[in-house]
Design a protein around this ligand. Structure first.
Ligand SMILES: Nc1nc2c(c(=O)[nH]1)N[C@H]1C(S)=C(S)[C@@H](COP(=O)(O)OP(=O)(O)OC[C@H]3O[C@@H](n4cnc5c(=O)[nH]c(N)nc54)[C@H](O)[C@@H]3O)O[C@H]1N2
Ligand SMILES: Nc1nc2c(c(=O)[nH]1)N[C@H]1C(S)=C(S)[C@@H](COP(=O)(O)OP(=O)(O)OC[C@H]3O[C@@H](n4cnc5c(=O)[nH]c(N)nc54)[C@H](O)[C@@H]3O)O[C@H]1N2
Ligand code: SF4
Ligand SMILES: [Mo]
Length: 683
């Protein structure tokens, strides 16, 4: 558990020249261990360290250049108050005390005028560790009685599915992929979105394992696969159910496993019955022979592991798809061996919780779904949203129905606080901007949701300008609002807060953490499903047709494609290697390119590199086109996380994304955007 490389465990007392050990808390499954070279209090180089087993000294290009973001001219360094019109980004610097006094006054005024629910905290915190999201902030907003936020922008359908079926059982460790003979990468793109799985996939391939990739795009990983199923977005439920039906029909279902460890088998079999290979292949727009081959391989190969990502969840059928995929290893009897089973999110593996620190029960204030922020800002009236407090999030860039969000942010009677590291598109609409520290300037606890790593994040440099960590700022504000506990000090991020969050961890893990070492997961980080870890359900079984699971369409139901004759193309917006969600988007050069299949381009007389307009009833995006067979006919793709500057008209894919919700978990339907594309005269 000790760091294996020659890095300092503690930050340097003198801020001299040294290499400091820390960890990456960004929204990425890998939670890398980092070695950061610092000289004279300035970051010289950020690299991977060897403390975390799967980091292995190697990190992504994004974090390697994170110092450019830390020292960027667009960094928010001082509290400031708006002077120009909303959205213009013109501010006057003010002292912290003045900025916080103004915010406290506006929150109190909102409470007196409309009630406490007229204040909406807006955060996601995917790139935050455990000490900087839903800690001091949760305590403040619960005590104040603010509207509650449903944190549904990501992983809502997959979490609903995995919780109902397996109680979020821990998944197959990255290292164990080397033992698999068949690897199915389903709705995930690890070469961009979780790079440390790749070494283990390659190792398995070298030992003869087959790779199947299920993704609309012919990604670089799909090109190295033995089989690629380029499913139409939103059709995975049909594909998975067809394989399940075939497993039952051919006697390859593992009846012994199902009898002993599963409930709901008959209901699942009935849901799969309508899905012949022909029907599913037609629905998913894939080759029927390829689908049969996949079913054959999955039915006959062991160990087989499914890496299930989030690509299949971001549409109307996201819950049903995730459930059908997670049912596969149970039906086919793939558990119980090293390298067999599934990996989805391992975020629950450590059982961490912050409730003791928050020390305040949830209020019964109304719940606002974050995916419908635009609606909340423009339509709610009992009470309206009067104060929006955005932090750990960049909603104008990342939430559905961007134009409606923008309309909301433009409201003159809305008071918006944005607590940020960078002058994001959202921050430009703030009435008050507060400067936040980055993970290189504060304490946190980072937890992998793919790799089994849990470690301490510690400051490697002093905060820039007047930037402050979240807990200090929320504490200061709570004090102004009279909501603090007199007997608590400000030690969060150090011993007390850390120990509270980690209170239910085994002692050894908690000690390793406070000493700056890496803790691995359950069973030394390499659990075998149904041997070392089991479903965390009431009866310890997998629930294939869970009772009481909330779905808007019925278990395993398929809802047809929302395309229309006016808007026939499916726009998807997958993760790119350049940003983490919208973080680092400020460093992206040039105008973004829409990927489009040659057939679709020809039909519209569009040629490579031309200027195009992507549009639907919600909005339009002006950018360039890259004509490529990487996307199938009928599908176009723009990167996720773009800032306004990356397009010619300042709108990004989310201007075309409806704020409809997924079948389970009330998640975002980013990939249900249906659009038309046309040539645009260049300006
Ligand atoms: N570099 C980088 N890494 C990231 C992120 C990032 O923005 N950049 N984001 C982080 C976050 S917040 C998350 S949640 C994870 C996401 O991690 P992933 O799930 O791996 O990433 P996505 O790009 O959302 O989706 C994966 C793939 O699903 C495909 N896809 C789209 N629609 C469908 C569909 O209907 N069915 C199927 N089978 N596939 C589909 C996309 O083409 C894409 O290649 O990555 C994290 N890591
Ligand atoms: N079109 C489309 N849109 C998508 C997706 C998609 O697939 N397609 N994916 C969605 C997904 S998976 C996700 S997870 C969301 C993520 O969406 P967001 O949660 O908005 O994530 P980021 O864009 O990374 O913005 C996080 C912001 O928090 C700030 N921040 C980081 N740490 C701190 C801190 O300690 N304190 C404070 N005060 N601020 C901090 C960062 O500077 C950054 O600007 O985006 C979603 N948006
Ligand atoms: S973003 Fe992911 S791959 Fe990059 S350093 Fe952080 S944890 Fe590692
Ligand atoms: Mo995400």
């Amino acid at each position: 558990m000790a760091p294996t490389d020659q890095t300092d465990v503690r930050p340097p007392a003198t801020w001299g020249s040294s290499t400091v050990h820390t960890a990456c808390p960004l929204d990425c499954p890998d939670a890398c261990s980092l070695a950061v070279k610092v000289e004279g209090g300035r970051i010289l180089e950020i690299d991977g360290s060897h403390s975390a087993p799967t980091t292995n000294g190697f990190i992504c290009g994004k974090v390697r250049k994170f110092d450019q973001r830390v020292y960027s001219s667009e960094r928010v360094l001082y509290p400031s108050i708006r002077r120009g019109p909303k959205g213009r980004g013109e501010f006057t610097v003010v002292p912290w005390s003045e900025a916080l006094d103004v915010i406290a006054e506006r929150m109190q005024l909102a409470r007196e005028t409309f009630g406490a629910e007229s204040v909406l905290p807006f955060y996601y915190g995917g790139s935050n560790g455990l000490l900087t999201n839903e800690m001091e902030d949760a305590r403040l907003f619960r005590r104040f009685g603010a509207s509650r936020l449903a944190r549904t922008v990501c992983a809502a359908p997959t979490t609903a599915a995995a919780t109902a079926m397996y109680g979020k059982m821990a998944g197959v460790a990255y290292q164990d992929y080397a033992h698999a003979k068949l690897i199915v990468v389903w709705g995930a793109n690890p070469p961009a979105s979780g790079i440390h799985l790749m070494a283990h996939i390659k190792q398995a391939q070298k030992s003869g394992a087959r790779l199947v990739v299920i993704d609309p795009r012919r990604t670089p990983l799909a090109r190295t696969a033995d089989l690629h199923l380029p499913v139409a977005p939103g059709t995975d439920v049909a594909v998975a159910l067809a394989v399940i039906r075939a497993l039952f029909d051919t006697g390859r279902a593992d009846d012994a496993f199902l009898n002993a460890h599963a409930t709901g088998v008959d209901a699942l079999r009935a849901a799969a019955a309508p899905w012949s290979f022909a029907e599913a292949a037609e629905t998913a727009r894939i080759d029927e022979a390829h689908l049969r081959l996949f079913a054959e391989w999955y039915g006959t190969t062991s160990p087989a592991v499914i890496r299930c990502g989030w690509g299949q969840e971001r549409n109307r059928n996201g819950g049903a798809a995730s459930m059908a995929i997670l049912a596969l290893p149970a039906v086919a009897g793939k558990f119980g061996v090293r390298g067999g089973g599934y990996t989805m999110s391992n975020s629950s593996a450590y059982g961490l919780q912050a409730e003791r620190w928050i020390n305040t029960p949830e209020s019964d204030a109304r719940i606002v779904n974050m995916n419908q922020l635009g609606r909340a800002l423009t339509e709610f009236d009992s009470p309206p949203i009067s104060v929006l407090f955005a932090y750990n999030c960049n909603p104008l860039s990342t939430m559905p129905d961007q134009n409606r969000v923008k309309l909301g942010l433009e409201r003159e009677d809305l008071f918006t606080v944005v607590f940020e590291q960078s002058m994001t598109d959202t921050a430009k609409y703030a009435d008050v901007v507060l400067p936040a520290t980055t993970f290189l300037e504060h304490y946190d606890v980072a937890r992998g949701y793919g790799a089994y790593h849990l470690h301490l994040v510690q400051p490697v440099i002093e905060p820039l300008g007047e930037a402050r960590p979240n807990h200090e700022v929320f504490r200061d504000l709570a004090r102004r609002l009279g909501l603090v506990d007199a007997d608590r000090d400000d030690a969060l991020g150090q011993a007390e807060g850390l120990l509270d969050v980690t209170a239910n961890l085994p002692d050894a893990v908690a000690q390793a953490l406070s000493a700056g070492a890496v803790a691995t997961g359950p069973a030394e980080g390499l659990p075998i499903q149904f041997v070392d870890v089991h479903p965390v359900t009431d009866d310890g079984k997998v629930h294939l047709a869970p009772d009481g699971v909330a779905t808007t369409s019925g278990l395993y139901a398929f809802q047809p494609d929302p395309a229309t004759t006016d808007y026939p193309l499916a726009l998807i917006s997958p993760a790119s290697a350049h940003t983490i969600s919208s973080t680092l988007g400020e460093l992206r050069p040039g105008i973004a390119k829409l990927k489009m299949h040659p057939d679709d381009a020809r039909a519209r007389a569009i040629e490579d590199a031309e200027a195009v307009r992507i549009f639907n009833a919600l909005g339009e995006v002006w950018c360039e086109v890259a004509v490529t067979p990487e996307v199938p006919p009928g599908v176009v793709s723009l990167p996720k996380g773009l800032w306004a500057r990356s397009t010619e008209n300042g709108a990004t894919s989310n201007a075309l994304v409806p704020d409809t919700l997924t079948d389970m978990g009330a998640g975002a339907c980013f990939n249900d955007a249906r659009v038309q594309v046309a040539l645009r005269a260049k300006h």
